[in-house]
Design a protein around this ligand. Structure first.
Ligand code: MLT
Length: 406
C-alpha cells in the first residue's frame, strides 16, 4: 500500500482551519479578552436566510413527511425546477442562452472548483493568480499537478502576481498555459475585472486551446456596469470557460450548501465535450443536493426572495464601505469593497501579514485573514470581510482607527 505522497508536500492544515485554531488558542489563554473578539476572517455570512427561502424549506420538509410527496435520491445534476430557475434568471435574463443540461447543481463552488481537476490530465500547466483562494492551489498539489515547492512556489504552477502595481489584475501569460483559474470579483483582493479585460483572457484561451475555470461566487456584489457577473457575457467564452457559482455569498447558504457549475456543450478539446466528462464525474462521485436545499435555492429567484436578498446584500455592501472608508481615513491603503464583500489592505510599516494578524488579535481582538495565506504575493497585505454584523464591523473599524491614529 502506498499513500498519496502529494499530501506530504502540502501545509498540514487548510488556511481557515489554521486561523480558527489560532483563535481557539488565544481564547483558551485569554478567556476574558476573547469575549470581545470580532470575526472578520473567513467569509462566512451572519444574517439569517431570507424568509422566502425558509418558507420554501418548511414546505419541502412537509412534503418529505408524506408518502405521496416524499423524495428519495435527487437527480444527480439538480432538479429541473432549480436548473430552469438558474437558467432563466442568471443567464437568459442577461441574454445568455444555455440548455439546462449545461448546468450542474452541487453543494457549492468550493467542492466544484476543487473537484474539476479530475477531468484534466496531470500534464497540464496551471496558471493561478497570486494571491488566490487556496483551494485551487491545494487541490492541484493533492492531485500531483503542482510539482515541488521551491522558495515558496510550486514548480509546475505559473504564478500571476496581482499587486497594487497592476491593479491586482493578472497579466496575460507570455507563454502557453493550459488551465487558467480566474476568480472575479476576486477573493481575496476584492478587485473586479472589466468586460474588456476579461475579453482579452477569453481571446488568449481560445487562441491557445486553454480552459478558463471562472469562479464567479461573488458576482452578486457587482455594482459597476462595465464589470461582468458571468464570463459568458463575453463573446467567445462558451468555447473556453467553465463557470462556478454559489448561493453561499449571494443568499447566505454557507451552512445550507448549494452552488452550481456551467459546462457549455461548445467547450470541446480534441473533439471531446468536457460537459460529458463532468457529468460522468458527478454521477459517479456526487449524489446530488437535498430536495429541501434545492427548493430553498429556487426561492432565491422568486419575487419575494429577490427583494429580500437585495436587502441582505445591501447590508453587507454597507459594511464593506464602513471598513473601506474607516481604514482609508486613518491612512491605510485599501482596495476592493466596491464590487465585493472583501477589503484588502496594505499592512502598515512593512509589517508581515501574520505579524499584523497577531497584532489585531492580541491588541484589538479583531480577526482577519493574513494575505500570505493566499500566496506569496499576499505577503504584506491583509483581508477583512464585510460579512459581520454592522455593529461589530463598526466596532472593529473604531478599534483599528484608534490604535493606528495614535
Ligand atoms: C473565504 O473566506 O475565502 C471563503 O469564505 C472561503 C470559501 O468560500 O470557502
Amino acid at each position: 500500500m502506498k499513500i498519496n505522497e502529494n499530501f506530504l508536500k502540502i501545509e498540514s492544515s487548510y488556511l481557515f482551519s489554521n486561523i480558527a485554531k489560532r483563535v481557539r488558542e488565544y481564547t483558551a489563554a485569554n478567556p476574558e479578552r476573547a469575549k470581545n473578539i470580532i470575526r472578520l476572517g473567513i467569509g462566512d455570512v451572519t444574517l439569517p436566510l431570507a424568509p422566502a427561502c425558509i418558507e420554501a424549506m418548511h414546505k419541502a420538509v412537509d412534503e418529505m413527511s408524506k408518502a405521496e410527496t416524499f423524495r428519495g435520491y435527487p437527480p444527480e445534476y439538480g432538479y429541473d425546477f432549480l436548473l430552469n430557475a438558474i437558467n432563466d434568471n442568471d443567464y437568459k435574463a442577461r441574454g445568455i442562452d444555455f440548455d439546462i443540461s449545461e448546468i450542474f447543481v452541487s453543494d457549492g463552488a468550493k467542492s466544484d472548483t476543487g473537484n474539476i481537476g479530475d477531468i484534466f490530465s496531470l500534464d497540464n500547466r496551471v496558471a493561478i493568480c497570486d494571491p488566490v483562494y487556496p483551494v485551487y492551489v491545494d487541490t492541484n498539489v493533492m492531485s500531483g499537478r503542482s510539482g515541488d515547492k521551491v522558495d515558496g512556489k510550486w514548480s509546475n504552477i505559473y504564478y500571476m502576481p496581482c499587486l497594487a502595481e497592476n491593479d491586482f489584475l493578472p497579466e496575460i501569460p507570455d507563454e502557453k498555459v493550459d488551465i487558467i483559474y480566474l476568480c472575479f470579483p476576486n477573493n481575496p483582493t476584492g478587485m473586479a475585472i472589466t468586460k474588456d479585460y476579461l475579453k482579452k483572457w477569453v481571446d488568449y484561451a481560445n487562441a491557445n486551446k486553454a480552459v478558463i475555470l471562472y469562479d464567479s461566487a461573488y458576482e452578486a456584489f457587482v455594482t459597476e456596469d462595465n464589470v461582468p457577473r458571468s464570463i459568458y457575457e463575453i463573446e467567445g467564452a462558451k468555447t473556453c470557460a467553465i463557470e462556478f457559482r454559489s448561493f453561499s455569498k449571494t443568499a447566505g447558504f454557507t451552512g445550507v450548501r448549494c452552488g452550481y457549475t456551467v459546462v457549455p456543450h461548445d467547450l470541446q478539446f480534441d473533439g471531446v465535450e468536457l460537459n460529458k466528462f463532468w457529468a460522468r464525474r458527478q454521477a459517479t462521485k456526487f449524489n446530488g443536493v437535498s430536495y429541501i436545499t434545492q427548493r430553498a435555492a429556487e426561492a432565491v429567484y422568486s419575487d419575494e426572495g429577490k427583494k429580500q436578498i437585495k436587502e441582505i446584500l445591501a447590508y453587507y455592501q454597507n459594511n464593506a464601505k464602513i471598513i473601506y472608508d474607516g481604514l482609508a481615513s486613518c491612512g491605510f491603503k485599501v482596495y476592493g469593497a466596491k464590487n465585493s464583500p472583501y477589503v484588502w489592505l496594505k499592512t502598515p510599516d512593512g509589517m508581515g501579514s501574520w505579524e499584523f494578524f497577531d497584532l489585531l488579535l492580541n491588541e484589538l481582538q479583531v480577526v482577519g485573514t493574513p494575505g500570505e495565506g493566499f500566496g506569496p504575493a499576499g505577503e504584506g497585505y491583509f483581508r477583512l470581510t464585510a460579512f459581520g454584523s454592522t455593529e461589530n464591523t463598526q466596532k472593529a473599524v473604531e478599534r483599528i482607527k484608534n490604535y493606528f491614529s495614535k
